[in-house]
Design a binder for this molecule. Structure first.
Ligand code: ZN
Length: 270
């Protein structure tokens, strides 16, 4: 039996997760000293293995988007007959209005994970997303895709809270519920800020790597290969295809066609 609503971890698993996170962090702090001693004594292989024992768990927890060691992550809704469509990196003055028309024509709802600085430049698009019945999520202020995961607590906090400050006045009374990290990568500093801001971390279960691939056929086939009932589909706006067209406008109709062919609906989790 598949349960309705996003999958959340129990208090027991949260307790265990807290201990795993503490162990990883304590181990990372303690290990360099004995590793350095071993290295200076010429036992470099043991030193490297000892360092790796601390750093590999940290890297796994940080770089694996669905890993819950730092805190809870929603990777699927588990809802029968529904797909959660999420569109990242907007708003985009060219793509967003056309995406909204496409979704409306098919009765589909989506969550737009918006970048704070783009939202500040296009506040009317944010209001329009809300007005058309969709949801807005926080995707950081500046979207440091290559470095957010190695940023310290000050930058991480500002990136999340500054985006909330930009988006909140444009939400027409709605609360911002979801946060998605740039490229899904986040370190141990993220979850405390999410708790402070009342945000939940959303990852995905299906994506087409449209952030790195500009071939719409490839992107569509990757999405469809992994798309499932109760899953979370990740797409990006603001990108061009190989032929110079807007990539998401080539991809989205085909993904929506497949969802309709399966008899599923695009619904925002409540
Ligand atoms: Zn992004």
């Amino acid at each position: 039996m598949i349960e309705a609503g996003p999958n959340h971890s129990s208090a027991k698993s949260g307790h265990l997760r807290g201990w795993i996170a503490r162990l990883i962090l304590i181990w990372n702090v303690l290990v360099p000293i004995p590793a350095l001693v071993l290295f200076l004594r010429g036992e470099w292989l043991v030193a490297v293995l000892l360092l790796g024992s601390a750093h590999w768990p940290w890297l796994w927890a940080t770089l694996k988007p669905g890993c819950t060691w730092w805190g809870p992550v929603v990777t699927q809704t588990g809802t029968v007959g529904e797909v959660w469509l999420t569109i990242d990196d907007g708003p985009d003055p060219t793509d967003t209005p056309q995406i909204l028309d496409l979704l409306e024509a098919r009765g589909a709802k989506a969550t737009f994970f918006l970048i704070g600085k783009k939202a500040a430049a296009h506040p009317d698009l944010v209001r329009e997303i809300i007005r058309r019945g969709h949801e807005v999520g926080n995707h950081t202020m500046n979207h440091f895709a290559g470095s957010f995961w190695i940023r310290g607590p000050g930058v991480v906090r500002r990136e999340i809270l500054d985006a909330n400050d930009v988006l909140s006045p444009l939400m027409e009374g709605q609360n911002i519920r979801w946060f998605r990290a740039p490229a899904g990568l986040r370190n141990q500093w993220v979850h405390p800020v999410l708790m402070e801001a009342g945000l939940e971390l959303a990852a995905w279960s299906s994506r087409g790597y449209d952030g790195v691939s500009a071939d719409s056929d490839t992107v569509v086939s990757r999405v469809l290969q992994t798309m499932k009932e109760g899953g979370i589909v990740l797409l990006h706006e603001g990108r061009l295809s190989n032929s110079g067209d807007r990539l998401i406008l080539r991809v989205l109709p085909r993904v929506l066609d497949e969802i309709a062919a399966k008899g599923w609906r695009c619904v925002i989790p409540r």
